[in-house]
Design a protein around this ligand. Structure first.
Ligand SMILES: *Cc1c(COP(=O)(O)O)cnc(C)c1O
Length: 470
């Protein structure tokens, strides 16, 4: 073994130096994201390196890693990146998350993270203020953090299952449960239905119109016909910010139907909820405060790094009733153990990054970032709409996703690839209602109107070039 490479005895010799190097590397990307291409990928050279039998110096490892990232990178830092909803992570969030990793406190159990537990409760209460959702009915916090929107949706549907039949916690699921959502709902709903044992054939998908709005009459008929056949409708799901077009489904109407048929009403607002912080857009989500549960992904328009989700629940006791469990290895000291309200036991302390962001910017500073993204999206939309080369996909919401087709040319796929390969910008190709669109999700808070105009000009040049080549 090479003695000099063994670093386990002392940390102080390399810890702060390595952190300084990482911070220099990251600052370089934050300050000048254009020095790495939008998507640099070397997927052909994917050999697995030799198994690491002996230790190596941290310096060498960091150098190798920095090089790897530079050559294989999805550059969400660049304002010309419009893929999915993958934000440039806000440095305040990264700083908070880094501290959280270092102190290793889990908010899952009071004794393993008392300050962490309190910070989580604080952040959950702030969310309700920020998004104008009433504080929970019970003495329970009425919310949990998860690893993403998928798990939040899974837990929401478990609450729905248990609300319909409290017995199913012991005896398993009723075979005749039915859940309703629109064709545009996220695939995590399909996965959750399957994971809960409800079975995908019991997820009923309702059609949407050309603006992405769910057909309420069809929903009502589907429920009535299912009841006649002996099924038990247990949940209706509405989406705030559909993944394809960022439409906002008619939440109030869906909530009324859920109430009428005594179903759990879940709102999947993984993408859209952050925009409830802006009064004008909150208006278009009216009724969301009536939801039994709401999924929300801070790693989308809250500009956090990937892998943090949240579920807000109107009656917080439901989380406890559905998720509590124990064992002889856990002394119950009647402390506030959040694992009793969550699927997770030990869990990352991701709310610290959010705490840092919300305190560091204040609600007002955060709103400014949201509004800048919104203004730039509106500018881009007006350019597309006024241009006879393109056909805008009209939707009912202002959420910052823009989709459009090329007029009569059918070159959506070519244009997306051209923009990506020539480092112009990174839209994605959307197949929606059997038509292709270029999809632009604005999620970089550093975008500016000047940048939008220059990107748009380049897209037009690319279009002209491709259409002339036809
Ligand atoms: C992103 C998203 C999800 C899934 O979230 P993950 O964090 O990827 O698990 C679910 N629903 C909607 C509407 C989303 O936009």
């Amino acid at each position: 073994m090479s003695g000099e490479s063994i670093q386990s005895e002392r940390t102080d010799s390399y810890f702060s130096e390595s952190i300084a190097k990482i911070s220099e590397f990251l600052s370089g990307i934050y300050d000048d994201p254009s020095k790495i291409s939008l998507v640099a990928s070397n997927c052909k050279s994917s050999e697995i390196s030799a198994a690491p039998l002996n230790g190596e110096s941290t310096d060498n490892l960091l150098e190798e890693l920095f090089a790897r990232f530079e050559h294989n990178f999805c550059n969400v830092f660049n304002p010309a990146y419009f893929g999915y909803i993958s934000p440039r992570p806000h440095p305040l969030g990264v700083i908070g998350d880094f501290l959280a990793l270092g102190v290793n406190q889990t908010p899952g159990a009071w004794r393993a993270g008392p300050a962490a537990t309190k910070i989580e409760l604080e952040v959950l209460a702030w969310f309700r203020h920020l998004f104008n959702i009433p504080q929970p009915d019970s003495e329970f916090p009425g919310g949990i953090f998860t690893g993403g929107g998928t798990i939040a949706n899974l837990i929401a549907l478990k609450l729905a299952r248990d609300a319909a039949n409290p017995d199913s916690k012991i005896n398993g699921i009723l075979p005749s449960c039915r859940v309703y959502c629109s064709n545009d709902s996220h695939f995590s709903i399909d996965k959750s239905i399957d994971f809960l044992g409800i079975g995908r054939r019991n997820l009923v998908k309702i059609s949407v119109d050309s603006q992405g709005l769910v057909n309420l009459e069809e929903l009502r008929l589907a429920i009535e016909s299912d009841i006649e056949k002996g099924y038990h409708p247990i949940a209706i799901i509405g989406t705030v910010g559909t993944t394809a077009t960022a439409a906002i489904e008619p939440i109030r109407e869906l909530s009324a139907i859920a109430k009428e048929f005594k179903c759990w009403f879940h709102v999947d607002a993984a993408a859209g909820l952050p925009y409830a912080a802006c009064a004008e857009i909150r208006e278009s989500m009216k009724g969301i405060e009536l939801a039994d549960s709401i999924t929300f992904d801070p790693c989308k328009w809250m500009f956090m790094s990937f892998g943090v989700g949240c579920l807000l629940v109107r009656d917080g006791r439901r989380l406890f009733d559905s998720c509590s469990a124990g064992g002889g290895y856990w002394e119950d000291k009647e402390e506030l153990d959040l694992f009793q309200q969550n699927l997770y036991g030990t869990r990352q302390f991701r709310s610290l990054g959010i705490w840092m962001l919300l305190r560091g910017l204040g609600f007002n500073g955060y709103r400014k970032l949201l509004l800048n993204v919104l203004d730039c999206t509106a500018l881009f939309q007006s350019l597309v709409k006024a241009d006879s080369r393109f056909i805008l996909l009209e939707k009912n919401s202002k959420l910052p996703v823009i989709c459009f087709k090329t007029a009569n040319m059918g070159i959506e796929k070519e244009l997306v690839e051209y923009c990506q390969n020539h480092n112009i910008c990174y839209p994605t190709l959307l197949n929606w209602n059997d038509e292709y669109y270029l999809r632009f999700a604005f999620s970089n808070y550093e975008i500016s109107p000047e940048k939008v105009k220059s990107i748009y000009q380049e897209i037009c040049l690319a279009y002209d070039r491709l259409s002339q080549a036809r």
